[in-house]
Design a protein around this ligand. Sequence first.
Ligand SMILES: C[S@@+](CC[C@H](N)C(=O)[O-])C[C@H]1O[C@@H](n2cnc3c(N)ncnc32)[C@H](O)[C@@H]1O
Length: 332
Amino acid sequence: MTEAAGHVPVLAGPVMQLLAPGPALTAFDLTAGRGGHAELLARAVGPAGRVLLVDRDPANLAFARDRLAALHVDLRPAVETRHASFGAIERLAAGLGAGPGPAPGWAADVVLADLGFASTQMDDPARGFSFQSDGPLDMRLDPTQGETAADLVARLPEAELADAIFQLGEDPFARRIARTLVERRTRAPIATTADLAAAVVSAYGPRARQSRMHPATRTFMALRILVNDELRALDHLLSSLERGARALTPGGATPATATWLRPGARIAIIAFHSLEDRRVKHAFADWERAGLGTRLTRKPVEADESEIRANPRARSAKLRAFQIATESVAAR
Ligand SMILES: C[S@@+](CC[C@H](N)C(=O)[O-])C[C@H]1O[C@@H](n2cnc3c(N)ncnc32)[C@H](O)[C@@H]1O
């Protein structure tokens, strides 16, 4: 089942345990991907439940939608799909009639965000995410809009490229890599994944042979995060969640802050990058201190050895969960 989807959902057991989606609940899968988690959520909420699928990638969103549509009609919840960034979740939920408190609209009982990219995106040379095979240097999760990685490499000043490769990729040779990119782009555009990988290898020089991973690994990751503005999207999501939780506090809901969350809603976020996980960790701790709810995980849940063996991508996954208070007493 999951192999046909081309992506194995990570930490599926712990996600379902922490989110505890029951019959007739409303689940928001904000990163539908290939629908692995979404199918589990759909089966759990059942025919009286609802599932909202969101993804920036129209092909993944359609795949996840079709996967849920293929469930037996007696098991299938109501499904809505939105091709958008989860950073816009408040607007998306408002369009579904989500309202304050225990409203009849699509307010979420369960929210999942499984960040980053799906294996199918990484494995498709035409998407330009990987140095493993040559393709256009694209890297957009949403191929219908925005600048590609090639555009950014052609346009950004050297210092900005260096900062991105250092901060998002944590590559100690970021300055040298940025200098090489700028030198090379004056001669010919860096238009393919092979062009970028070759530039990074040349910036590494003899050190490339000593590098445990491919020298371009960190630069590719940094550019992907930059192209898709992934940290900002996560910040928007965390702010939306906090506003949603605050709107559930006594007197907290106004027409402008009509909440998209139901009291007691459970949230799970899987991060694959330390900068993402740090944001989630701090947000959940801040919300708990503010009386908005309770952390369901003190430490992140990580994959065990058998899951990592079966799905190496699970190695860097960190899952954290939070439950919005049923009766909030938040400090405002
Ligand atoms: C790790 S995959 C999700 C896999 C999914 N849980 C499954 O079981 O198949 C991440 C997905 O999130 C999408 N994505 C990443 N950032 C996003 C954002 N800001 N808004 C919406 N979707 C996003 C990607 O396009 C990708 O399809």
